[in-house]
Write a protein of this length. Structure first.
Lengths: 175, 619
């Protein structure tokens, strides 16, 4: 079985802006047709094919519903090697800001500073939103080189955001 | 063309051809079997009208067993030989078993634990198979029909080894497993269909030995699990143990080395706990002499012991909410499942946590079996038009690989919708290397030592190449039962590597096959004749379906493939005339082998048509 285009699988046009509820409905409608539960009485090779299709639909849905994964997928569809480009495209200014943030997080964690943590979270979320908007615009303009650069920053910020949220949760749990 | 069969409205068409499938809740304390009869799902009681069967087994000898109520009656006199709460040992090694603090004498059997009782040494899989067999017989007697299959429930938080063990037990009991279904999901089906609910629901499932919390989104006939959390070592048993520990401490006594006394106390503690669910104070006889001849407690005293255990369950709930990125106010209802949720303190704390009254309108002991029966009926193809739903479940635990330095690299994160697959590329580090070992673990920690070792996969048959030039793509596939399959292919040459699985816990495939063969060897003439008939039916059905497929789609085959299939079919016609099970089995196997590819191609084409046909219609 060859890898299908994720957008085509759901009958959607390849674009960063998609209708989330349409995607959700398309996924469920198609999953209902190919889910292994529909083929429990089929032969082993038939079950295998149904499982592969079902797996592919789930994967396509996972990628398309998440803005970051969707942006990455669009860049890859355009022939960009996102994973390989990370080290080239991130500038010194961006990387040093990342290091500052990380240091700040460590300090806030050690000091159990809930207020400072909330402020950091707000700031990182704002940066993430900005990065997302910018990436999506560059993708719509088909400026792939700049889009990939922006996407790499976004991936860094997203990862850091998860860490801040994890620290916040851990603090909330000990209260 | 076949004649259409017309039946009366609401009467099932030709009762004898009805495809009967059952749902089985294989519980720590109790097990149940349920089925859809006359369009209603109901639990099937035994001859004495009892719905719950204690999950207890006593061996008089290796072949002579007592199951259920009769076995439970042996418990106080023979605590070491009466096997209860065996679910806690499924998919476990001897080292795991020792940690449970259960009183049995444990031995090694390969990587699985075995329990040595006075009359027999048995694996948990075999004990569970006895319970399933007993329920299968109950179902066959009640329904008066052969079963086409069963949906068997497992805790959502069960790992791969525990699921595998459950499926093996079902195979040993002669059940065709249509699906392993997560317990909270089963409960959601029973509850959701009963109330035609929509929105996000939490299922809080506190059983005899395990705790699960699943969050589901219900929309127009789709049950989508968004996240699940749990603890496979937290249940009603732990509340009983806490009571026993406290009363022993207060009396300055210790029975942990005396299994019989300990068993008396645990059983008394359960009765005490059940009474405290109704009364503010309770006192029960233990059957022992001396200071602990009877034990008593107020509800307030008990609740002090219970609160830390319930808090543990609620931190699992919090994590499931975090994983789903849902807040408490987005949860529209909380469904209570499992006998242990009858405790008022559980209901109070769950109510306080979720900020809403939990839903308790379905019997918490039966709701899982009812949901499983509804799903079994759906899978068997007995649904009526308009009575259809889809279930989308998730993996409870992250799946990872051991990398350098004992670190885990996550391959499939927890809460991924199943079926799910991920590929990973490996290379060789020595010239001419033809084999590769991969260690797969399950869990959320960064270190291999802190995760659950699942299996070691050995890939063989890699074509010899210069170090670093082979590209081996390994695919990790988790199927709709939540079970892992691994396949590997060298990319440059296209060589399929041979994968052997060495499960870290539990029985190997060979051991299960051996157990199955042993049971066949012991079968009487009647059973052998039945096997022959079953094999003949299967062979005939296979021939019919291939004939139909060829009439429709022979254009998918080239002349060579077609003549091979025809030759195998001719061979099958000859074998069908013989009365040999083995010869028939061999013929079925080789005919299937040469038509597998054809079947896969047909399926692929029909799915493609279904998917594109749909989008064309919608545009």
């Amino acid at each position: 079985m060859t890898q299908a285009n994720f957008f085509e699988l759901f009958g959607l046009a390849p674009s960063f802006s998609i209708d989330a509820s349409a995607l959700d409905a398309q996924w469920k409608a198609r999953a209902a047709q190919v889910h292994p539960d529909r083929f429990v009485n089929a032969s082993a090779p038939e079950k295998r094919v149904a499982m592969q299709w079902s797996t592919q639909l789930n994967e396509a849905y996972r990628v398309l519903r998440d803005p970051l994964q969707r942006a990455k997928y669009l860049c890859e569809l355009a022939g960009q090697d996102v994973a390989e480009s990370a080290s080239r495209t991130l500038g010194m200014a961006f990387l040093s800001q990342q290091m500052e943030w990380r240091e700040a997080l460590e300090n806030l964690e050690a000091a159990h500073d809930g207020v400072g943590l909330a402020a950091l979270l707000t700031q990182v979320q704002a940066d993430r939103t900005q990065c997302q908007t910018q990436t999506s615009q560059l993708i719509e303009q088909r400026d792939w080189v700049q889009a990939v650069k922006c996407l790499n920053e976004w991936m860094f910020i997203e990862k850091f955001l998860k860490e801040v949220q994890a620290v916040k949760r851990a603090q909330a749990a000990t209260e | 063309m076949a004649l259409l069969q017309i039946s009366e409205p609401d009467a099932s068409p030709i009762p004898h051809h009805r495809k009967v499938a059952v749902g089985i809740d294989l519980g720590t304390t109790h097990s149940l079997v349920a089925a859809v009869r006359h369009s209603v799902a109901e639990v099937l009681p035994d001859a004495q009208g009892r719905a719950l069967m204690p999950s207890a087994v006593y061996y008089h000898s290796a072949d002579e067993v007592v199951v259920g109520h009769d076995a439970l009656a042996m418990q106080e006199s023979k605590p070491l030989d009466t096997l209860v709460s065996i679910k806690r040992l499924m998919g476990k090694s001897r080292a795991d078993a020792l940690i449970t603090g259960m009183p049995y004498h444990f031995e090694d059997m390969g990587n699985s634990v075995a329990i040595a009782t006075k009359n027999a040494t048995v694996t948990p899989v075999k004990v569970a198979a006895q319970i399933l067999l007993s329920l299968r017989e109950r179902a066959q007697e009640t329904l008066g029909d052969d079963l086409v299959g069963a949906v068997i429930t497992v805790p959502a938080y069960f790992d791969d080894a525990q699921r595998q063990a459950t499926r093996d037990a079902a195979r040993l009991a002669g059940l065709n497993v249509l699906r392993l279904l997560n317990e909270p999901t089963a409960a959601a089906i029973a509850y959701g269909l009963d109330n035609s609910s929509e929105g996000v629901y939490a299922v809080y499932d506190l059983g005899g030995g395990t705790f699960d919390l699943s969050l589901l989104r219900l929309t127009q006939g789709v049950f989508e699990v968004v996240s699940t959390g749990g603890d496979t070592a937290l249940g009603g048993d732990d509340f009983d143990a806490a009571i026993v520990q406290t009363v022993c401490q207060q009396a300055g006594l210790n029975f942990s080395e005396q299994p019989q006394q300990q068993r008396h106390l645990l059983m008394a503690a359960r009765r005490l706990r059940e009474q405290l669910s109704v009364n503010d104070q309770a006192s029960v006889q233990t059957g022992l002499d001396g200071a602990l001849a009877s034990i008593s407690m107020t509800r307030a005293e008990f609740e002090v012991l219970a609160a830390p255990l319930i808090k543990r369950s609620l931190s699992c709930a919090q994590r499931a909410l975090d994983d789903a990125e849902l807040s408490l106010d987005q949860v529209q209802g909380v469904v209570m499942v499992g006998g242990a949720t009858r405790m008022p303190i559980v209901q109070q704390m769950v109510k306080h946590f979720f900020g809403r009254e939990p839903l308790v309108n379905l019997n918490p002991d039966e709701v899982v079996a009812i949901g499983a029966a509804l799903q079994a009926n759906l899978l068997a193809g007995n649904r009526h038009p308009g009575e259809d739903w889809l279930l989308l479940d998730v993996t409870p635990l992250s799946l990872g690989l051991e990398t350098m330095g004992g670190l885990v690299e996550t391959i499939i994160p927890r809460n991924s919708t199943i079926p799910v697959a991920r590929g990973q590329e490996f290379t060789t580090y020595r010239d001419g290397q033809t084999a590769l070992a991969i260690h797969v673990v399950q869990g959320e920690r960064d270190l291999v030592s802190e995760c659950r070792s699942l299996a070691r996969f050995e890939l063989r048959g890699i074509p010899p190449m210069v170090a670093g030039s082979a590209r081996i793509r390994v695919t990790f596939q988790v199927d709709a039962d939540g079970l892992l399959n691994v396949s590997a292919q060298e990319q440059a040459s296209g060589t399929q590597a041979e994968v052997t699985v060495k499960p870290s816990h539990g029985l190997t495939d060979e051991q299960i096959t051996q157990m199955l063969q042993d049971s066949v060897a012991g079968a009487d003439e009647d059973a052998k004749l039945r096997m022959l008939r079953e094999e003949q039916v299967q062979a005939t059905q296979l021939m019919e379906s291939i004939t139909a497929a060829l009439a429709q789609d022979s254009n998918l085959l080239n002349a060579d493939e077609l003549s091979q299939i025809e030759a195998q079919m001719a061979n099958m016609r000859v074998q069908l005339e013989t009365e040999s099970v083995d010869a028939l089995r061999a013929a079925v196997k080789s005919l299937s082998a040469c038509t597998d590819d054809f079947a896969a191609r047909r399926m692929d084409r029909s799915i493609r048509q279904a998917l594109t046909g749909r989008s064309l219609n919608e545009i």
